[in-house]
Design a protein around this ligand. Structure first.
Ligand SMILES: [Zn+2]
Length: 314
């Protein structure tokens, strides 16, 4: 089976929509009120925002996004009764109400019962039209087993701004690659994980047919997005056995295939063309389609990255 959606998205019809899927307010450990949080993202040109307070759902229907879509959600923190122990932090996106198994006493807060499996939560999210995204595995210094074991989550954070800013553990690409190499077709996200009022450092750009929550969520589920800490990607061309990526600033480009050794191409040289008087940079590599997948990372002069989702050859 070939699955080129992550690349084809640059050719398909639709518009690009910018959004952050991980944010906190004073309803958990954030510094901003829900109104302040929404206002900042709205004023700074975002198209959608998920509010994901810890273990409680912030009511987005009471807020005015002034055209920016608001998606209800939360961040589950789970300590399952399993050995070796781990803490699994997971975003629940597009969930309006806690199910009884998570909130038996109807307090509005998740009751952290170690007997509940994270799999139950993921399954519930998928049934109600939501989705689960694994948060910052390196920040938790978890082993990879839980991420291998659980099924049905759409992806994990490849980059989490706050984890990087606060303790240098914001890059989770190694977990993502480890899952991909073991056949888990998950996608990579970049998020602010906004707590303090310093937002706008990591987001996803989603290609969707229209600016509605269902269309945005469908596009995310299908991998029609890329994740970035600032770099804009204009195009991905895939012809014969070559892939060419075009972007907005000089970057190192790492073509990362699903293999243990060889054929990892890191290109330090960009070509550029002028479009409307501005430079557009590009880099190219020959693709070995015998490998299971390829994803691409861009790294700019400040060390900020952008990530395409993988394209699968097998
Ligand atoms: Zn968080």
């Amino acid at each position: 089976m070939k699955d080129f959606r992550a690349f084809d998205v640059f050719k398909e019809e639709g518009e690009w929509y910018r959004g952050n899927l991980h944010s906190h307010t004073i309803n958990s450990d954030g510094d901003a009120t829900p109104e302040e949080l929404v206002s900042w993202y709205q004023r700074n040109g975002y198209d959608f925002l998920a509010i994901t307070d810890h273990d409680v759902i912030t009511d987005v229907d009471k807020l005015d996004g002034k055209g920016m879509l608001l998606i209800p959600g939360l961040e589950f923190g789970y300590d399952p009764e399993e050995e070796p122990t781990y803490t699994l932090d997971m975003l629940g996106i597009n969930i309006r109400e806690l199910p009884a198994f998570l909130d038996p006493d109807r307090t509005g807060h998740v009751k952290n019962d170690p007997k509940i499996s994270p799999q139950q939560i993921i399954d519930h999210l998928n049934v109600i039209g939501g989705m689960a995204i694994m948060c910052h595995p390196y920040f938790m210094i978890n082993m990879t087993e839980p991420y291998l074991k659980y099924q049905g989550y759409v992806g994990m954070e490849a980059y989490n701004y706050v984890c990087e800013e606060q303790c240098g553990r914001g890059h989770h690409e190694i977990y993502w690659d480890t899952m991909l190499m073991r056949g888990k077709r998950i996608m990579g996200f970049a998020t602010d994980d906004s707590h303090k009022p310093e937002f706008g450092h990591a987001w996803i750009e989603v290609k969707a047919k229209e600016k509605t929550v269902p269309a945005i969520l469908e596009a995310i589920r299908e991998g029609r997005f890329y994740a970035t800490a600032g770099i804009q990607i204009f195009d991905l061309e895939y012809t014969d056995d070559k892939v060419r990526i075009t972007f907005d600033r000089p970057c190192d480009v790492v073509f990362m295939p699903g293999c243990r050794e060889g054929w990892i191409v890191r290109s330090y040289q960009n070509e550029y063309t002028l479009v409307d008087g501005r430079r557009r940079f590009s880099a190219e590599a020959t693709v070995n389609k015998d490998l299971p997948y390829l994803r691409i990372e861009l790294i700019d002069a400040n060390g900020l990255k952008a990530y395409t989702n993988p394209v699968y050859f097998k």
